[in-house]
Design a protein around this ligand. Structure first.
Ligand code: PGA
Length: 262
C-alpha cells in the first residue's frame, strides 16, 4: 500500500444480520471515534437491512453497500434487486461477482461485467470480485485465470468510472487460511497488469483489495503488502470489536485518543 493511499475496508455481512444486529453498527461508530479516520469503510448488509442501516450510518464516515445487483434496471425478476434500488436505499457501493455467487449461482464473467455496468449507470462504485479455485492454484494457472477474469469481468465502460477490484482466492474464504504475502503480492501485480492492459495507465490506479479470512490478527501483515489497497472482510466484520481491530491495523489509533473509554 502506498504511503499516500487511504485504505478501503469493506464489510460483507453475507446472509447474516437482523435488525437487532444494528447494535454492532453503533459499537463500530463509537469505536471509530478512537481512530484517526484515515481509512474508508463500507458496510454491505443483506438487502433487508439496507434502509435501516442507511439511517444508522447517516452523517457517519461509513458508507453503505449492497452485496449484489441485477444487470437489468427493472422488470419481472422475482427476488432480485436493481442497482438503482440500492442507490435509492442509500448505498454507494455494490459487490459484484463474489465467488459464492460465481460458484453457487453459476454467474459468468459476462453476467458480472453486465452487473458492473449496471452499477456504474446507477451511480454506484462496483467492487468486482475475482479469485482462483484451489484446483487452479494447484495446476499453477492462478495468474492466467486472474488475468482472464479481470479482462472479462471489468467492461471497457468502467474506463472513466470509479471501481474497485477485490482479489479473493476461493480457497481462503471462510477457511481460516490465507495465501502467503508473496502469493498476494504476485496476484495483485498480475491484476494490475491486466487492468493496465484493459484501461491503460489508469488501470494501475484502480484500488485492488484482498479478501479471504482477514481478521484482526493478520490484518496488519496484509495491509503491509505492496499494492494491497484494502481488504474485503466476511466473518470478522460481523463483530464490531474484531472489525475495529482490522480498521486499527490500517489506521493506527491516535495515541491522544487511546485514553478515552471505548
Ligand atoms: P471471510 O469472507 O472473511 O469470511 O473469509 C470474505 C468474503 O467472502 O468476502
Amino acid at each position: 500500500m502506498s504511503a499516500a493511499a487511504r485504505p478501503l475496508i469493506v464489510a460483507n455481512w453475507k446472509m447474516n444480520g437482523l435488525s437487532s444486529s444494528l447494535t454492532q453498527i453503533a459499537h463500530l461508530l463509537h469505536g471509530l471515534r478512537r481512530t484517526r479516520g484515515s481509512a474508508d469503510i463500507v458496510v454491505c448488509p443483506p438487502a433487508t437491512l439496507l434502509s435501516l442501516m442507511a439511517c444508522a450510518l447517516e452523517s457517519s464516515p461509513v458508507a453503505l453497500g449492497g452485496q449484489d445487483c441485477h444487470a437489468e434496471e427493472s422488470g419481472a425478476f422475482t427476488g432480485e434487486v436493481a442497482a438503482e434500488m440500492l442507490s435509492d436505499a442509500g448505498a454507494r457501493y455494490v459487490i459484484v461477482g463474489h465467488s459464492e455467487r460465481r460458484i453457487r449461482r453459476a454467474e459468468t464473467d459476462a453476467v458480472i461485467a453486465a452487473k458492473a455496468d449496471a452499477a456504474v449507470r446507477a451511480g454506484l462504485t462496483p467492487i468486482v470480485c475475482i479469485g482462483e479455485s484451489l484446483d487452479v492454484r494447484d495446476r499453477g494457472r492462478t495468474l492466467d485465470v486472474l488475468t482472464a477474469q479481470v479482462l472479462a469481468s471489468c467492461p471497457p465502460c468502467l474506463a472513466d468510472k470509479r471501481f474497485v477490484v477485490a482479489y479473493e482466492p476461493c480457497w481462503a474464504i471462510g477457511a481460516n487460511r490465507t495465501p502467503t504475502a508473496e502469493q498476494i503480492a504476485e496476484a495483485h501485480a498480475a491484476i494490475h497488469g491486466a487492468l493496465a492492459r484493459r484501461f491503460g495507465s489508469g488501470g494501475r490506479a484502480v484500488p485492488v483489495l484482498y479478501g479471504g479470512s482477514v481478521k484482526g490478527e493478520n490484518a496488519a501483515g496484509i495491509f503491509g503488502i505492496a499494492k494491497v489497497a484494502g481488504v474485503l472482510v466476511g466473518r470478522a466484520s460481523l463483530d464490531a470489536r474484531e472489525f475495529l481491530r482490522i480498521v486499527e491495523a490500517a489506521a493506527p489509533v491516535d495515541p491522544r485518543l487511546k485514553a478515552q473509554p471505548a
